[in-house]
Design a protein around this ligand. Structure first.
Ligand code: NI
Ligand code: MN
Length: 225
């Protein structure tokens, strides 16, 4: 699969079978994004939680493309009211989609829709696609159960927030990668706004010190997994 960083927590995945998936497409209003929502025609949009910097342009993209939004039950109810197609799940549950399997994990964070409506629990996203396992933690604090994820699955790629303030900062994110024992890590949720300013190179150094690979992607850059 190909994975493109969209800035903040946003990613775009193209599977070997040609399925197109957006994760947390915060594009319009994102000061570091290089893509617009009209650049994408996804089959699916996966949302980690209801905050505006994750839901982003979901409604517009879903309406234009006919994409199915995959998210937790309560956020799904809101999006149904907005008139988009949804597949509702809950934290801890997994489902086999035509692109692969998706499981929502716990995440310690909040979740409300930008207008204040309750959006259910925040989630992390475990993806089993093309024989690889990708774990996007979503917005979260460090939590010890990440160790369990590492015990149960061989995570090829982990995507972690490092911007601190609203999520894990650098040192907690390094510990998270240790817990999960991920082979490769991509940092996200940093340097989008002044409050999230950290050095990804400091994170990279600390990840390399525990013998893991750290890929720092600029918005618009992609990697093959
Ligand atoms: Ni959030
Ligand atoms: Mn966020």
């Amino acid at each position: 699969m190909k994975i493109k960083f969209l800035g903040h927590s946003g990613f775009y995945i193209e599977t070997e079978s040609g399925k197109k998936i957006l994760i947390d497409p915060f594009l319009e209003g994102n000061p570091v994004a290089v893509n617009k929502s009209t650049d994408f025609n996804p089959d699916y949009i996966i949302l980690s939680h209801g905050h505006g910097d994750h839901v982003g342009s979901t409604v517009q993209i879903a309406k234009n493309s006919g994409a199915t939004v995959i998210c937790v039950f309560e956020l799904g109810n809101i999006l149904l009211e907005e008139g988009v197609k949804v597949h509702q799940m809950s934290v801890g549950g997994a489902y086999n989609f035509d692109f692969g399997r998706l499981k929502f994990t716990i995440a310690h964070h909040g979740s409300s829709y930008p207008d204040g409506r309750y959006a259910g629990q925040p989630a992390g996203i475990l993806l089993f696609i093309d024989g690889k396992t990708v774990y996007h933690t979503g917005d979260t604090a460090l939590f010890y159960d990440m160790k369990l994820i590492g015990e149960m699955y061989k995570v090829n790629l982990m995507i972690v927030p490092i911007g601190d303030n609203y999520t894990m900062g650098i040192d907690d994110a390094v510990k998270a990668v240790e817990f999960v024992n991920a082979a490769t890590v991509i940092p996200c949720h940093f340097n989008t706004f002044p409050v999230l300013e950290v050095s990804p190179f400091e994170f990279q150094k600390k990840i390399e010190a525990i013998n893991k690979k750290c890929l720092i992607l600029n918005p618009g850059e992609e990697v093959k997994l």
